[in-house]
Design a protein around this ligand. Structure first.
Ligand code: 2HA
Ligand code: ZN
Length: 271
């Protein structure tokens, strides 16, 4: 067996959590990440037949049976992940039947996966239906995006259009738009199901007065989505209540989509 502390997937999670902490997106124990791992990339580092513990799931994750995930731990601080990944993260497998997860590595101080595990797994289910190469779900609390949910209407289309108009890159990075949920209690299957509904045909969902989820084929894609939304929200907040003298028009956004061979979400822009 190779040393798991040198595994590229674990190094990547450590780098990402440290980076997110430094950006101020993950105060205290805020935020969580789940990274779908391929059996062949984990097998050199871990005996996949050795189950350390099993934990119940209160929904049916049967579609993910046999899938492996590297998941940050509940109550754990992103700032501490890199120096002690074995206590702050773990590797789990969704068991046959989809009502339990098997812990294969990590959570060594007796801890457990993130309280947002239902949302993560439900999001993985819908994203995998949309894209078999999907791998990462990432959640955090970036201040500008959260601030925007207090002063902007929480309609998917209106919110998306404002973000698209703040910065040219936005339409290019998320042509399918973002989903927005009103405030809800977090850490349960209800918010998980509501998030998954939004992510069926999008890769970003924003939780009002809480934070954001990004999904992608790799860490860079999920991170890049969050980073781009947060930058656009920052611009929105910098503008504040000052009158906007010029912006990007719908016709210009359509020209942009055309130039990059992208299809903006149907019905959002007026020709
Ligand atoms: O505590 O971010 O949503 C981690 C969270 C909960
Ligand atoms: Zn959160």
């Amino acid at each position: 067996m190779y040393n798991i502390y040198e595994a590229p997937f674990l190094r990547e999670l450590c780098d990402t959590t440290a980076n997110m902490y430094r950006l101020g997106w993950d105060e205290r124990n805020g935020g969580n990440i789940s990274y779908r791992l391929k059996q062949e990339e984990v097998a050199p580092y871990l005996d996949l037949s050795r189950v350390l513990r099993t934990l119940p799931l209160d929904f049916d994750a049967g579609e993910l049976a046999g899938e492996l995930f590297l998941v940050t731990g509940t109550t754990k601080y992103f700032k501490n992940v890199a120096k002690c990944p074995q206590n702050n993260t773990g590797i789990l497998r969704v068991a046959e039947g989809g009502h339990t997860v098997e812990i294969l590595w990590g959570y060594e101080d007796g801890s457990r996966p993130t309280s947002e595990l239902p949302t993560h797994l439900m999001n993985h289910i819908v994203r995998l239906r949309a894209d078999p190469d999907h791998r990462v779900v990432l959640h955090c609390h970036p201040a500008n995006t959260v601030a925007m949910t207090f002063v902007h209407e929480l309609d998917d289309r209106a919110f998306t259009l404002t973000l698209w108009r703040m910065m040219t890159e936005c339409l290019v990075v998320f042509p399918e738009g973002v989903g927005v949920l009103p405030w809800m209690v977090c850490g349960n299957t209800e918010i998980g199901a509501a998030s998954a509904e939004k992510l069926r045909d999008r890769r970003v969902v924003i939780w009002a007065a809480h934070g954001i989820f990004g999904a992608g084929r790799d860490m860079d894609e999920a991170f890049g989505l969050v980073e781009t939304v947060e930058k656009a929200a920052e611009i929105y907040n910098l503008i504040g209540t000052r009158p906007i003298l010029q912006s990007i028009t719908d016709a210009e956004l359509l020209r942009l989509a055309d130039a990059f061979h992208l299809v903006p979400r149907a019905g959002y822009l007026q020709a």
